[in-house]
Design a protein. Structure first.
Length: 253
């Protein structure tokens, strides 16, 4: 992958990094446009791998990434790569070796966070949006361990990720586990999918949601009909769906 010309940058001084008070989401948006510039945290003078995501320049240590990603390892070992050396580290120029098209800054921040913790003995904590960003990058670069952790993190995250967004990500990374989680949640929620949400998840996913929704409706109706039969043990269950009480037709008999 060829790099493009970038404007001269001034690397941050080591040991003089100021902690940002801005939210991670806001910091991520800062790198969506403008001239390429060093990332506020993951740009190290001793780094031997320089790559660009949007307008953020990451300069990190390749050792960590090649241990977890065969894709990055193959990229670095490809014939003609300036990083291919037998037993030597080479000096990296201020021109990015790779431009990671389509990646998110937040995703790469989450990938790198475990390797550059301020406290090496503390666990890295992510919210649902960060787990999702990590999952997309880990899946793209075949980081199997990180991908498995991200899927587990998304299932356990509280508050959870928006289920429409989860279904979109599940399709992108081809995770049936997350797809089923989003499907069951969307099929049982009170609100119908809006036109915009249906367009976002795609026709097949929308059909799956409607089909699963119908299965729940039929099952619930049968249970309520059975509640009025002789010998039935239990009480009718009223489930409200889209503002309509499914048990109403039973109660009015």
């Amino acid at each position: 992958m060829n790099s493009t010309e970038v404007a001269p940058t001034t690397p941050p001084k080591p040991g003089n990094k100021k902690k940002s008070t801005k939210s991670k989401a806001h910091r991520d948006s800062e790198y969506q446009a403008g001239e390429p510039r060093p990332h506020h945290r993951y740009y190290f003078p001793t780094g031997d791998l320089l790559f660009q995501v949007n307008s953020a320049l990451f300069k990190v240590h390749r050792h960590f990434l090649i241990q977890h990603s065969m894709v990055i390892r193959d990229m670095l070992e490809a014939p003609g790569s300036v990083m291919r050396q037998e037993e030597e580290l080479i000096e990296v120029s201020e021109k990015p070796l790779f431009i990671m098209s389509g990646d998110s800054v937040r995703g790469w921040e989450c990938v790198l966070a475990p390797f550059y913790r301020d406290d090496p003995f503390s666990a890295v904590k992510y919210n649902a949006e960060e787990w999702a960003a990590l999952l997309v990058v880990a899946n793209k670069y075949l980081m199997a361990g990180m991908e498995a952790d991200a899927i587990k993190g998304l299932k356990q995250a509280r508050p959870p990720l928006d289920m429409v967004q989860l279904m979109i990500i599940a399709q992108k990374v081809q995770s049936d586990e997350l797809y089923q989680l989003a499907l069951q949640s969307l099929a049982q929620r009170d609100q119908m999918l809006s036109l915009e949400e249906a367009q976002r998840i795609g026709l097949k996913a929308f059909h799956d949601v409607v089909t699963t929704e119908h299965v729940y409706f039929v099952r619930t109706r049968r249970e309520m009909l059975g509640a009025h039969q002789p010998g039935y043990v239990g009480s009718p269950t009223r489930i409200k769906k889209n503002g309509f009480a499914w048990g109403a037709m039973i109660d009015s008999d």
